[in-house]
Every structure is written in C-alpha cells, then in structure tokens.
Design a binder for this molecule. Structure first.
Ligand code: MTE
Ligand code: MO
Length: 257
C-alpha cells in the first residue's frame, strides 16, 4: 500500500467519523430516541425560560402612578425593646451586619449604607392577602453589598434577620420575622435594601430604617426592619428551617410573581 502514515490515519479518521454519523443517524431515526431528545430539548427550554424569567426586570411605573395610600402590613410598630431603643435614638446606633459565609463581615451605619451603590425604582408591591400598592424605593443594591463583603464559594442563600417579633407566642427564637432568597434574586438589579420610600426616609410602619425590596416576589419576601444579612449554604438550621417566618407556617419559599 502506497501513501504516508498520515494519509492512512486521516482516512481511518474519516471512516470512523462516518461510522459515528451513521450510528447517530440511525439513533436519531429511532422514534423512541426522537421522543427522548424532544423531551430533553423541552426540559432545557423550560429551564432556560425559568432562568430568563428570574433575571428579567419587574415592571416599573412613572411617579404619577405612586399610590397615595400605601398600606402597611404585618408588623407596623415593633415593640421589641432593642428596636424601640434604636428608634428613640434616630437609628444612630443601628448597624447593618453582613456576615456568615463572607470573607469580610460588615457592620454599616445608615450613613455608610447610603454611600453604597444605589438604585431607585417605582414598583408594585403585591401581598398574598390580595392587595397591591405602588411605591418609589431608593436603596443600596444588595449584589454590590455582597461583593463588598465577598461571598465564600459555598454561600447559596442570604438570610434577612429582622428586629420584630411578629408571633410573641412562638417558642424562643421562632417568633422573629426573617426571610431568605437565593443568589439569583440577591444579585437581581432591582433587589435593594431600601432606606427611602417615596423620596423620604422609610417610615417605621414600612420597616425603618431598612427593608428589602425583591421585586420579582410577593410581599412577605420583602423583609422589613432588617438588622442582619447572613450568607448561608442551606436554610435548615435557621428557625423553623423553611427559610422564612411565613414559610415556617406553610407559605411557599419561592413566591414568584
Ligand atoms: N420584618 C417584617 N417584614 C415583613 C412583614 C412583617 O410582619 N415583618 N410583613 C410582610 C408582608 S406580609 C408584607 S405584605 C409586607 C408589607 O410591607 P408594608 O408594610 O410596607 O406594606 O412586608 C413584609 N415584610
Ligand atoms: Mo403580605
């Protein structure tokens, strides 16, 4: 046989790839394989759509649409002694703690928080109880704050620990409000720690000095009176283990709208 080893090798490769192609053709002609492929493709498309939807922006409105009466719900005047002391001092002693699975834990004063990357948005709040209201929110972008603290690789959720005891009859540690979101929502551009509402400092009824806005989810996810943001790998060890005050009482953890 004439020809170089290289030619022989490339001929072999061509023959082999032809075989692979033929095998693939036969496989893709097989109806049950076709069905399987179609299913896999459908799954991929659904998964992709979910992802796309989760990073999409929530609708924003012109200021003319701001509700003249934005209802306050859940805790509206926490009686917790620690919180009352903060209110009495105009929140001068308040510090937002960012800790857990982070490289550089933070403890920011309100002035320091106001100096962080900011976003303003006019959005609609939807409560599961069936009411909605539109408000203008200004606050620190959560993603930028988490980058400042430096998430460790095993961090998967952020937990918001609040100042208010919503259920005083619950056993020790289970009556405080808290919430959690995953990193997709934490880094969503509209996820902010709001300190201003409708152009004025956030009132106590709406969560002073800082409340979460996580615009792709229902009202109960929007933790008010945020004291501490904890990065965690899983939620099972916190309070009732379901990731939030209402979740521990049966609500869905992911409350997408
Ligand atoms: N800390 C805390 N956050 C909370 C609540 C609460 O009782 N305590 N209630 C939730 C619910 S059910 C809703 S609808 C909104 C109400 O926010 P608003 O008072 O600004 O209307 O806050 C959410 N965040
Ligand atoms: Mo709500």
């Amino acid at each position: 046989m004439r020809g170089t080893r290289r030619q022989w090798l490339s001929g072999l490769a061509t023959a082999a790839s032809g075989l692979v192609l033929a095998a693939c053709d036969q496989l893709t002609l097989n109806p049950s394989v076709q069905k399987g492929l179609a299913r896999a493709e459908g799954l991929t498309r659904r998964a992709q759509r979910l992802l796309v939807d989760r990073t999409a922006l929530a609708q924003e409105f012109p200021e003319s649409r701001i509700s003249p009466d934005f209802r306050a719900n859940g805790s509206i005047s926490p009686g917790d002694a620690d919180y009352r002391a903060l209110v009495d001092n105009g929140f001068a002693d308040w510090r937002l703690v960012v800790d857990g699975l982070v490289e550089r834990p933070l403890a920011l004063s309100l002035a320091e928080l106001r100096a962080q990357p900011v976003r303003t948005q006019v959005t609609r709040h939807d409560c599961v109880e069936g009411w909605s209201a539109i408000g203008k929110w200004t606050g620190a972008r959560l993603g930028a704050l988490l980058d400042k603290a430096g998430l460790k690789p095993d961090a998967r959720y952020v937990v918001f620990h609040c100042a208010d005891t919503l259920d005083p009859n619950a056993p020790q540690g289970l009556g405080r409000y808290y919430e959690s979101i995953d990193l997709v929502d934490a880094y969503h551009p509209q996820t902010i720690l709001a300190y201003d509402m409708n152009g004025a400092p956030l009132p106590v009824a709406h969560g002073a000095p800082v409340r979460l806005r996580v615009e792709r989810q229902l009202g109960y996810k929007h933790a008010k009176y945020v004291m501490r943001i904890e990065a965690v790998a899983d939620l099972t060890g916190i309070a009732g283990g379901k990731g939030g005050f209402w979740e521990d009482r049966g609500y869905e953890w992911y409350a997408g709208i």
